[in-house]
Design a protein around this ligand. Structure first.
Ligand code: PAF
Length: 279
């Protein structure tokens, strides 16, 4: 397995030399993760991938226990992508005082909208574990996918606000040939659901095409395309790239919807025309 080393304890990480790039993951790696690794590889001397299914970002009743765990395949993909170190800590290593009794990172108002409205404790768990990984691995740069766009925006904001000294880099979403954004949870889709799942990327295309007509037209076009597939969204939102409200110019269209068992998320950049008079 080339020079790949699996490391389980923070002490083993202290021996790393030179600059460090980190790709945090929860395993169940797919081609989207491999692209993150390939993007990160030339950015530093040592490339670390963390594999840790983080309990604090799952609410009770969510899929923590049966989140896909594909260890052997994950290691093969890491080796193939030129990763130096896989950091795979135990829960007790990451949460020495337990998962309930912790100092946690408060994501603030941006963590309470969109995904945060539906999953109120999610981003608190994500930011906490990412802050811990930054503290343990001490990366110079960390690479995340744009697929989880709100997560990326919040991690950027955290790194800046808490002065963590890590450059946060976002990578474009990797898609299946029909446009479905790659995700570890896509494997939960039954065949008929897999066909309907393309609704999200098609809705994004429709929304982006309506950009010159303003926010309402974008949301209407995207929602109509979802309805063609019988998909009812949790939200179809248009925001500025940093998740505040846009009126015109550069923006982001974000969609979330349950298709069968998994909730699917997707997003695209778009350019908005001015909001029509009187609307
Ligand atoms: O995107 C993920 O896989 C997770 O949310 C992350 C960033 C690895 C934190 O557990």
């Amino acid at each position: 397995m080339n020079g790949l080393r699996v490391v389980r304890t923070p002490a083993d990480l202290r021996a790393l030399e030179g600059t460090i790039a980190l790709v945090p993951t929860m395993g169940a790696l797919h081609d989207g993760h491999v692209q993150l690794m390939k993007h990160a590889r030339p950015l530093a001397d040592t490339l670390v991938v963390s594999i840790f299914v983080n309990p604090t970002q799952f609410a009770p009743g969510e899929d923590f226990a049966d989140y896909p765990r594909t260890w052997d395949d994950d290691l093969a993909r890491c080796a193939e992508a030129g990763v130096d170190i896989v950091f795979a800590p135990e829960v007790a290593t990451m949460y020495p005082y337990g998962t309930d009794d912790q100092v946690m990172v408060d994501p603030g108002p941006l963590g309470a909208i969109l995904e945060g409205e539906l999953r109120p404790t999610h981003f608190r768990g994500v930011l906490t574990v990412v802050a811990k990984l930054f503290g343990l691995v001490r990366p110079d740069v960390a690479v995340f996918g744009e697929k989880d766009y709100q997560q990326l925006a919040l991690i950027r904001r955290m790194a800046e606000t808490l002065c963590l000294g890590v450059e946060v880099v976002g990578c474009p979403t990797v898609r299946e040939v029909d446009g479905l954004a790659m995700s570890s949870r896509n494997r939960y889709l039954e065949p008929a659901e897999r066909e309907r799942a393309v609704a999200l990327s098609q809705a994004l295309d429709a929304g982006v095409a309506a950009g010159s007509q303003g926010v309402d037209a974008v949301r209407a076009a995207a929602t109509a395309r979802l309805a063609d597939f019988g998909v009812v969204p949790d939200y179809v939102a248009v925001t500025s790239p940093d998740l505040s409200d846009p009126t015109s110019g550069e923006a982001r269209l974000l969609i979330a919807a349950r298709v069968g068992r998994p909730r699917l998320l997707d997003n695209r950049a778009l350019t908005l025309g001015p909001t029509p008079e009187g609307s």
